[in-house]
Every structure is written in C-alpha cells, then in structure tokens.
Ligand binder design. Sequence first.
Ligand SMILES: Nc1nc2c(ncn2[C@@H]2O[C@H](COP(=O)(O)OP(=O)(O)OP(=O)(O)O)[C@@H](O)[C@H]2O)c(=O)[nH]1
Ligand SMILES: [Mg+2]
Length: 200
Amino acid sequence: MHYQLLRSSFVTSAQNILECPSPLFSEVVFLGRSNVGKSTFINLLCNQKNLAKSSQTPGKTQLINFFLTEWFNQNQGILKFYFVDLPGFGYAKVAKTQKELWNKNLIEFLQQRDNIKLFVHLIDSRHPFLEIDKNLVSFITRFLRKDQKFLQIFTKFDKLNANEKAKLKKAFTTAKFSSSLQKTNIVEIRDFLIQNTLGK
Ligand SMILES: Nc1nc2c(ncn2[C@@H]2O[C@H](COP(=O)(O)OP(=O)(O)OP(=O)(O)O)[C@@H](O)[C@H]2O)c(=O)[nH]1
Ligand SMILES: [Mg+2]
C-alpha cells in the first residue's frame, strides 16, 4: 500500500500534555537520544529541509512539537496524522531542574496522550546496544496499549561500512535503516510507518 505525501506543516509547540492541540488525528511520536536524528528524520519523511529544527549540537529540540502531515492513498483517500518531534533523552548539558521537568512532562505526554498510535524509537546505527536505548524500550513496553505500536529505526546508516551494515541488519531483523544523506528506502519506510499508525 503506497501513501503519497500531500503536505506537511508545523502546528504548535507544547511544554506539557495540557498545552497539546486538540486530539483530532492519530499521532506518531519520534523518540530517541539527543542528536540521534529525530528532527532530521521527520524532515526526511515530510520531504522538507527545515520543517523540524535540526542541529549538530545536542539538545536542539526542547518542546513537544506537532506537525500535521497529509497523505493520499487510492483506497483510503486523504489521511491526516500528527508527527510529533520530542526533545532527546539523555542530554546532560541542561540544568538538572529543567531536565527533571522535561522528563516529567514528557513521561506524562507519552503515557497519557490517547491519540498516540505509534512510537518510533530512533537509534544511532553506530551505537546499537546502549543502556539508555534498552531502558527506553522497557519503559515504553510497560505501558504500551493494544492499539499502539512500537518500531525501531536506525539512523545514520551511511556511517557504517558494508560489513557493519550487514551485521546490524542481522541483529535487528524487524528494524528499518535510514540515512538522511542517501535517502534510498525512504518511500518504503514512510509507507511502513503509516500502515503501522493505522494499526495494520
Ligand atoms: N550522516 C548522517 N547525519 C545525520 C543523519 N540524521 C541526522 N544526522 C545529523 O545528526 C545531527 C543531529 O540531528 P537532529 O535531527 O538535530 O537530532 P535530534 O535527535 O533531533 O536531536 P535533539 O533535538 O537534540 O534531540 C545533525 O547534524 C544531522 O545532520 C543521517 O542519517 N546521516
Ligand atoms: Mg531534534
């Protein structure tokens, strides 16, 4: 099933679940360590350069950012989803009090926002077995509902050599692998994410 991207736009930023927009659409949240490439990946999905703000410096995204994305499919017509860009986990250089507040707000949002249908966990291809990523998996699976899905996508796949690529694919058979430089399988990844958001 193929989904054609019609348009995507920034909607709003929220500090916590109370500030989030009306829950009109199914939501896809992008999670992962700071600097893993969450904002870049959203731009890749939406085929825009600067929709979500990315940066070489970790800690760029500091709020819960909502992007409305619209898609077209022959059988289903027009579909709309919110893509949600989040601050990264494990960024050390912000004040401790601010970090705790972010975490509390973020945890509340992740656990209580009914419209989240898909959690996309992004992992750096060069560091596939970090403790912080393992913790994230167990954290999410503890409250994952039956109508929600959890997927893993490895970013920065271009940074690996052929041997490392083969090894990573063998170790994570259900994951997808993405490169913002090569963009080779982005159409396949898009369709895969949308199907999962629809619960298929
Ligand atoms: N080579 C390569 N670089 C990438 C890829 N994806 C992201 N980057 C780079 O990684 C850096 C961080 O990207 P961001 O998208 O800002 O990361 P983030 O996860 O949103 O970071 P925070 O907002 O700080 O949590 C940027 O310099 C991107 O250009 C990729 O697939 N390949
Ligand atoms: Mg970001």
